[in-house]
Design a protein around this ligand. Sequence first.
Ligand code: FPP
Length: 246
Amino acid sequence: MTNATGAPLKHLAIVMDGNGRWAEKKNKNRLFGHVKGTKVAKQIIEECSRLKIENLTLYAFSTENWHRPRVEVSFLMKLLTKYLHRERENLIKNNIRFECIGQLDRLPGAAIVEINKTVELTKHNTGMKLFFALSYGGRQEIVNAAKLFAKDVQLGMRRTEELTEELFSSYLSTYPTPDPDLVIRTSGEMRLSNFLPWQLVYSEIYFSQILWPDFTVADLHQALHNYNHRERRFGKTSSQILQDRI
Ligand code: FPP
């Protein structure tokens, strides 16, 4: 997929925000919003797969989300576990390959079992790659990559002088997936919240006012349509970009 100015869309990332507010606006418990949010996630995943987007990353749980009330954290973990158990067959049917990024060892055992099963049973799928960012924190990912590189230097497998942006990227959990071309954040919040800080430096950002449980396939199309008209210059001028395309 490429946009009108020739920029590819190989990777879409989404911050699914606003579940709690959606429920509160309806005088319901926040957890109700997460249940509806999960249904929306399923629809958006299936539409992205149908549109042949190569990579989709969903911010499902951040390292900071561990600080939420215990009841909400435990509910989200159960929801994730049930979602994977229920949806695995559909992922297989849709040829979607499932993977996760984040500190998975912090998740409850039952969730880890379902994640591992889903990763294993979808690993030969050749369609869209679906990544759940779970217990994910971007700065922590960068620190971890620095530690891994330092270790390789200590072991004599790398030299400090050879470190480049490309080489550093290969120590991140997203490697070898290309950086997101477009990131969507719902609910009107205009920040990135520790989501892929290294990978998003040149991504196009689309902020939607819609709360995630109300986000529809049509809203996804609107965001893609908007991306379609963005000119990605990567620091160059417009005429240089035109020249590059000839
Ligand atoms: C943000 O809404 C959402 C989350 C912290 C979790 C995202 C999770 C889901 C969409 C459901 C689980 C997903 C899967 C695929 C199992 P919020 O609670 O921060 O909303 P608020 O900002 O209105 O409080």
